[in-house]
Ligand binder design. Structure first.
Ligand SMILES: Nc1ncnc2c1ncn2[C@@H]1O[C@H](COP(=O)(O)OP(=O)(O)OP(=O)(O)O)[C@@H](O)[C@H]1O
Length: 275
């Protein structure tokens, strides 16, 4: 899907969003997110980057409905988010598959708990298994699959329930570098096919630029959006896009922001090493 084909319908809006964690023993409060005001359009692929501990996962989990905001609101498809819902699927870093279930039964799990297994949804599950490149593995068990294949099963499970919004929290970070690059291409291909609005957290700036329409760069303590970077590299993209001069310019720009934020907050670790 080219940039111009992205529907302009508003998908998600956060308004004055704050999240504060309270230490249950001491009662001490820690502001994890402060005044997040964002808009995401239907069909957009959004990446979130930022220094470690800046609240990326907290943001995703709040959109997932797993964390309650201490102030502000999140509206998805014109409805305020008040808890988890079937309109959102989350893919975490580790595949979290049931070892005693086959690939097909793992993919069907989401539909099963939503009591939506029919001949039609079963067919849909099979189609997603094919889309993620696992046709022929339907009756295999997780231990018979590589890490990359397991994460594909996870992705197929998340897509099969047909969520309105796909939330991905560092889904590729457990993979080796080569598999990760391959999976980045696969994720783009699947996104081009499904056009699912997606929010994807990563520590790798190049991964964010490669995948995203826009990148939300978070700053730390308290977590907030310091810049929204638009990626104008044309789609469809392939790995050659990583050598595009615009790509390298964006890399430098985003590194600059993150390093500045990290040093402001006294983060001594090299963020470059993480990427
Ligand atoms: N359940 C919790 N209770 C208290 N503090 C928490 C809790 N979860 C996260 N935090 C704190 O909130 C801040 C933001 O954490 P979060 O995991 O959202 O950051 P992150 O940007 O996703 O980090 P990373 O990049 O290292 O995964 C951190 O200081 C973290 O220690």
């Amino acid at each position: 899907m080219s940039k111009t084909q992205v529907d302009t319908k508003l998908k998600l809006r956060t308004t004055s969003l704050d999240v504060t964690y309270t230490n249950t023993k001491t009662g001490a409060e820690m502001i994890a997110l402060s005044d997040i005001n964002l808009e995401i359009k239907e069909g957009e692929f959004i990446c979130i980057v930022g220094p470690s501990g800046c609240g990326k996962s907290t943001f995703l989990n709040t959109v997932a409905g797993l964390i309650k905001p201490s102030r502000g609101s999140i509206v998805l498809d014109d409805e305020k988010i008040i808890g988890p819902g079937r309109d959102r699927s989350v893919v975490f870093q580790s595949p979290s598959l049931f070892p005693w279930r086959t690939v097909l039964d793992n993919v069907l799990y989401g539909l099963e708990i939503q009591k939506r297994i029919t001949d039609q949804t079963r067919k849909l599950a099979e189609e997603y298994i094919e889309m993620v490149g696992l046709k022929g593995y339907e009756n295999h068990y997780p231990h018979e699959l590589s890490g990359g294949m397991q994460q594909r099963v996870n992705l197929a499970r998340a897509l099969t329930v047909d969520p309105s919004l796909l939330l991905l929290d560092e889904p590729l970070s457990a993979l080796d570098a080569q598999t990760r690059e391959f999976m980045q291409e696969e994720i783009l291909r699947i996104w081009e096919e499904t056009k699912k609005t997606s929010i994807f957290i990563t520590h790798q700036i190049d991964e964010a630029i490669y995948l995203a329409d826009r990148i939300f760069v978070f700053g730390a303590r308290p977590g907030r959006v310091v810049e929204v970077v638009e990626v104008k590299i044309p789609r469809p993209r392939n790995l050659h896009a990583k050598r595009d001069p615009e790509f390298l310019k964006l890399m430098d720009h985003i590194w600059g922001i993150i390093e500045k934020e990290s040093s402001k907050q006294g983060f001594q670790q090299s963020i470059r090493e993480e990427g």
